[in-house]
Design a protein around this ligand. Structure first.
Ligand code: SAH
Length: 214
C-alpha cells in the first residue's frame, strides 16, 4: 500500500472540509491529516476514502464517517498518555487516529475477521494498540480503569460497566438510541462519583451487539 501525493492532497482537502463543518480541535485535525484512511478501506471502495462519508467494510459493518470520527475524538478531550478503551475496532481507523493522538489504546471487536485485519494493519503501521476479540458491551475489565471510553456502535442504553470502568474525572463518549438513530452522549464521571450527561446531537451507527447491547 502506498500513501501518494494524491492521497495526501485529498486528505488535506478532507481536513479543510471538516474545519468548514465546525471541527476545531487541532490535535484531532492533525491526527486525521496523518492517518492514511485509504489503508483501512477495501480495494473496491479505496477511491472514496477521502469523501466525508461512511463506507462498508467487511461483515456488514461500516467505517465511520470522518466527521463522526472527528466529533467523537474531540469530545473525548484526550491528553497524551491517557488510557483509552474503544468499543468496536471495525476497520481500525478510529483506533489509528486515537493512537496518533498518543492514547494508550485498548480496543475491542466482536467480529473475528475485522479483529484480525485491524490488528495486522495497525501493527504494520507501527501503532501500539491492544485489541481483544470479544464482547465489549461490558467493557474490558482486565485493563480498567480508563481515562476515556469511546463507543463506536449504537447502544440501547449506557451500560453500567462502562461507568464502573471509568476513572474519576473520566469521560465516556457513546451513541445512544434505537437501532436507526442515536444521540451522541458525552458522559462525565465527576470526582465525587456523580454522573453528568450531555447531548451532542444526532448520529447513525451500526448497533452495539451483545450482553448489554441489542
Ligand atoms: N471504529 C470503527 C467503526 C466500526 S463500526 C472504525 O473506525 O472503523 C462498529 C463496530 O463495532 C463493528 O465492527 C462491530 O462489529 C463492532 N461491535 C458491535 N458490537 C460490539 C461489541 N459488543 N463488542 C465489540 N465490538 C462490537
Amino acid at each position: 500500500m502506498k500513501d501518494t501525493y494524491k492521497h495526501k492532497g485529498l486528505r488535506k482537502r478532507l481536513i479543510e472540509e471538516l474545519i468548514h463543518k465546525g471541527v476545531k480541535d487541532e490535535t484531532v485535525l492533525q491526527a486525521m491529516l496523518h492517518v492514511p484512511r485509504h489503508f483501512f478501506f477495501d480495494k473496491d471502495f479505496e477511491d472514496f476514502a477521502y469523501d466525508d462519508k461512511a463506507y462498508p467494510i467487511a461483515d456488514g459493518q461500516t467505517i465511520s464517517q470522518p466527521y463522526t470520527v472527528a466529533v467523537q475524538s474531540s469530545l473525548l478531550q484526550l491528553k497524551p498518555g491517557m488510557k483509552v478503551l474503544e468499543i468496536g475496532t471495525g476497520s481500525g481507523y478510529q483506533a489509528a487516529v486515537l493512537a496518533e493522538m498518543k492514547a494508550r489504546l485498548y480496543s475491542v471487536e466482536r467480529k473475528k475477521s475485522l479483529y484480525q485485519k485491524a490488528q495486522f494493519l495497525l501493527n504494520s503501521l507501527g501503532y501500539d494498540v491492544q485489541i481483544w476479540y470479544g464482547d465489549g458491551s461490558q467493557g474490558w475489565p482486565t485493563h480498567a480503569p480508563y481515562d476515556r471510553i469511546i463507543v463506536t456502535a449504537g447502544a440501547p442504553e449506557i451500560p453500567q460497566a462502562y461507568l464502573e470502568q471509568l476513572k474519576p474525572n473520566g469521560i465516556l463518549v457513546i451513541p445512544v438510541g434505537d437501532q436507526d438513530n442515536q444521540r451522541m452522549m458525552r458522559v462525565i464521571k465527576h470526582e465525587d462519583g456523580t454522573i453528568e450527561k450531555q447531548d451532542h446531537g444526532p448520529f447513525r451507527f451500526v448497533p452495539l451487539i451483545g450482553n448489554e447491547g441489542w
